[in-house]
Design a protein around this ligand. Structure first.
Ligand SMILES: Cc1cc2nc3c(=O)[nH]c(=O)nc-3n(C[C@H](O)[C@H](O)[C@H](O)COP(=O)(O)O)c2cc1C
Length: 184
């Protein structure tokens, strides 16, 4: 396994983006929930990609996840899944490593739709990881009439995620990336 994509997702939108990034990356990349992405699984990957929804312009907290449980968020019949640990808590338990990394977030369009990706990169960098790209943002709508998983994603976001996954695989296949000590 060359890359692992770890995600938090309450209504399935960030999950769909994570799976699309893994598809684009190829090379046996897998998208995993936080409870499946144990330190021993992550240790086998050269590249760690982490994604989460934006809540209050940052990573979800216990409080924002609790508040999400009480709202249907435009998704009749589909409730927030908080059965997996948050990415915030998962990052707290991640051991230091010199692995390469990337981050993404899902949120609404505009200035309020950012903050989670930067928080992920800050934590991974503090643990010794090296970002290979800027955090990427994928856009959701505020409302949807559908109860299908990932129905909030606006058109073209999964295709954009596949392309980003392909791009990350290209970066990782470059000679500099295979020998991180020679990165400029
Ligand atoms: C409590 C709460 C706070 C949110 N705050 C923001 C925000 O500050 N900015 C934003 O763009 N989206 C915000 N959102 C929308 C989420 O980003 C959106 O629900 C998420 O991208 C859906 O992805 P998921 O299905 O993977 O959870 C918020 C959602 C909730 C439930």
């Amino acid at each position: 396994m060359d890359a692992v994509v770890v995600y938090e997702s309450l209504w399935g939108n960030t999950a769909a983006i994570a799976q699309a990034i893994a598809r684009g990356y190829g090379n046996g990349a897998v998208a995993l929930t936080t409870d499946k992405a144990t330190p021993s699984v992550v240790a086998r990957a050269r590249l760690l990609i982490v994604g989460a929804p934006v809540h209050a312009m940052n990573l979800p907290t216990d409080a924002s996840r609790t508040s999400a449980m009480s709202k249907v968020y435009g998704r009749p019949g589909l409730h927030a899944d908080v059965s997996h640990p948050s990415v915030r808590d998962w990052l707290e338990g991640l051991p230091p490593a010199e692995r390469q990394c990337a981050a993404f977030e899902t949120g609404i369009r505009g200035p309020l739709g950012h903050g989670a990706g930067r928080a992920i990169i800050a934590r991974l960098t503090a643990l010794g990881h090296t970002p290979i790209d800027e955090p990427h943002a994928f856009t959701v709508a505020l409302v949807t009439g559908s109860a299908e998983p990932a129905a909030l994603l606006i058109g073209g976001q999964e295709e954009k995620a596949v392309h980003w996954g392909e791009h990350l695989a290209t970066v990782m296949s470059s000679p500099q990336s295979k020998d991180p000590q020679h990165r400029s």
